[in-house]
Write a protein that binds this ligand. Structure first.
Ligand code: CMP
Length: 137
């Protein structure tokens, strides 16, 4: 069984759609292996998104990710990484297919409701960033 990381971002938490987003996962055979609601520090967000640190949007991305609590979720299932990316839709909600999480709940490329790992290798790194072994079952 494959694992991937999802983050329900501050915009979606503020909108009160945590449950609706988790329903998309569970209705599509992605099981919650670990989950917690946390407030990221600036250092947390900078470390998590370090791969983007040279990009022009890095500062705004970090500011946005610490603007309120997030829900981090380790998802497990067949082809979990790819399936989660299909359920999320395109990074820019204006380009996301109807019925995807971002088309339905996101407002902009920054406030885009969810993050999802972009490879199985990165998923393992991202899950280890947030979860200890005893928090995964
Ligand atoms: P996420 O999947 O969390 O990964 C990095 C985030 O940077 C991305 O979602 C977007 O919310 C944000 N972002 C802002 N501008 C851009 C951009 N031009 N290209 C990609 N990601 C962007």
């Amino acid at each position: 069984m494959e694992k991937t990381l999802s983050i329900i971002k501050p915009d979606a938490v503020k909108k009160g759609v945590i449950g609706k987003i988790i329903d998309r996962f569970e209705s599509n055979n992605l099981r919650v292996a670990g989950m917690k609601k946390i407030q990221l520090s600036r250092a947390d967000a900078e470390a998590f998104y370090a791969v983007h640190k040279e990009r022009g949007f890095f500062g705004e991305l970090v500011d946005f990710m610490i603007s309120g609590p997030v829900v981090v979720i380790a998802l497990e299932g067949e082809d979990a990484m790819t399936k989660n990316r299909e359920l999320m839709g395109a990074t820019n909600p204006k380009e996301a297919k109807p019925g995807t999480i971002r088309a339905d709940f996101a407002d902009s490329i920054d406030a885009n409701a969810v993050h999802g790992s972009d490879s199985v290798e990165n998923a393992a790194v991202e899950i280890a960033f947030f979860f200890s072994q005893r928090e995964l079952s």
